[in-house]
Design a protein around this ligand. Structure first.
Ligand code: UGA
Length: 432
């Protein structure tokens, strides 16, 4: 099928490449000409395992352009995968989506199905369809289908090719069937529903996962107070199939471009309809507190950070990505800097982006040892494999004072028993 994709971020580009891999003819559109230039050379503008290889393998079916007219004019299906960032009031900013809608209405010359993949508030697909029909320049038949995306950064290619489910929200049977055909070669359960349910499935899923994380984080905080161990508690809970063991890793809060935005957007939407969704509100508040946890812990050992050398391991909101959006490190590092600490960081992917925000205030290290050297304190924000691989001796050998605060529970407590390293983690006893 001839497919056009608007937006080449995580959702748009990965969807496009996977569709091309499954033999559709795909044209990816982006306003950013620099990104288009890179992609034409086979270089993805995002850091995503397996994407470069799949782009190369599918290159015969893949085109990139910033000329939307060329792409939309005779497409059979157009996916909208542009960003829906958070507005100041917590609601979703739909200006990119409606800009694409305007371009499609102006351009399409054949009947086609428009698929909204971007995460949008419930009811948006109806508005998209109305805006299209009101503004179509050529007399064609269009239908709008909601098809939310469930890929996670760092495993986006795998999550798309082996999706947990494909949700297709259509108001007209024929449009739903066309999109089912698009996904024919994707081996995943397919759920056909109406548009509003599809839109809700996306928010309900993300917010449930955010809630699960905030819940385990709060249980972890209580474990510290009552002397329980969160790793055992989560394990014991996870054996229950109704609860499941995934997304029960306690830490310093969720970040990324999705959970923080989607929890706030659903809460905003509830309020808009005069229905406050209290559980989601609690998840948001708990997460904001949790992001400060590493600094609160550090204050147990140092009243002030002034004059201290602090080693920071990991900056990104999770491993396997260079994305810093809503990362807990962005909340804590400014506090260290304001207090007069010398901050040395190591992150295999995120340093370049962090350097755009703090070009000179921070020392960026290529090696973990370099960051640890002479440090009075080590803070772990991201569970990169290289970090998990460290031993007590690595901290002891290089740091001035081996005080390690692990925001992602990278090690078993045994690693630090009788080593002279002070190890404080989340929801567990401190090893001294
Ligand atoms: C998330 C969802 O997992 C995807 O299903 C969804 O499609 C995506 O949002 C989206 O809406 O586009 P992502 O933000 O890439 O994906 O990352 P996750 O792996 O879900 O992690 C989010 C945050 O939760 C990270 O900061 C991670 O450290 C944290 N987390 C995750 C925990 O603190 N504990 C856990 O047990 C799991």
């Amino acid at each position: 099928m001839k497919i056009a994709i608007a937006g080449t971020g995580y959702v748009g580009l990965v969807t496009g490449v996977c569709m091309a891999y499954h033999h559709h003819h795909v044209t990816c559109v982006d306003v950013d000409t620099e990104k288009i230039g890179l992609m034409r050379q086979g270089i993805p503008p995002i850091f995503e395992p397996g994407l470069t290889e799949l782009m190369a393998e599918s290159s015969d079916n893949l085109e990139f352009t910033s000329d939307y007219k060329e792409a939309y004019r005779d497409a059979e299906v157009i996916f909208i995968g542009v960003g829906t960032p958070e507005k100041k009031d917590g609601s979703a900013n739909l200006s990119h989506v409606f800009e694409v809608v305007r371009q499609i209405a102006e351009t399409v010359e054949h009947d086609c199905v428009i698929v909204v993949k971007s995460t949008v508030p419930i009811g948006t697909n109806d508005k998209v369809e109305k805006a299209l029909r009101d503004n179509l320049v050529h007399p064609v038949k269009i239908n709008v289908v909601s098809n939310p995306e469930f890929l996670a950064q760092g495993s986006a290619v795998h999550d798309t090719l082996h999706a947990s489910r494909i949700v297709i929200g259509a108001e007209e049977k024929e449009a739903g069937e066309i999109i089912q055909r698009v996904y024919e070669k994707f081996d995943a359960p397919k759920l056909l529903t109406n548009r509003r349910s599809a839109e809700m499935i996306k928010y309900a899923s993300n917010d449930f996962l955010a809630l699960k994380i905030s819940y385990i984080n709060e249980i972890a905080n209580l474990c510290e107070i009552v002397g329980a161990d969160i790793e055992d508690v989560a394990k014991g809970m996870g054996y229950d199939g109704r609860i499941g063991s995934k997304f029960l890793n306690a830490g310093i809060g969720y970040g990324g471009s999705c959970f923080p935005k989607d929890t706030k957007a659903l809460h905003w939407l509830g309020n808009y309809y005069d229905y406050e969704i209290k559980t989601v509100k609690a998840a948001i508040e708990a997460n904001e507190n949790q992001k400060l946890k590493i600094i609160k812990k550090a204050h147990k050992y140092y009243e002030s950070f002034s004059g201290l050398t602090v080693a920071v391991l990991g900056l990104t909101f999770k491993p396997g990505t260079d994305d810093l959006r809503e990362a807990p490190s962005l909340v804590s590092i400014p506090i260290l800097l304001d207090d007069g600490a010398k901050v040395k960081v190591w992150d295999p992917a995120g340093s370049r982006n962090f350097q755009k925000i703090y070009p000179v205030e921070i020392v960026y290290c290529d090696m973990i040892e370099e960051a640890l050297k002479g440090a009075d304190l080590c803070l772990i924000f991201t569970e990169w494999e290289e970090v998990k691989f460290l031993q007590a001796d690595d901290f002891k050998m290089h740091m001035k004072k081996p005080v390690v605060i692990d925001g992602r529970n990278c090690y078993s407590l045994d690693t630090f028993e009788n080593t002279g390293v002070l190890y404080d983690s989340i929801g567990r006893r401190t090893v001294k």
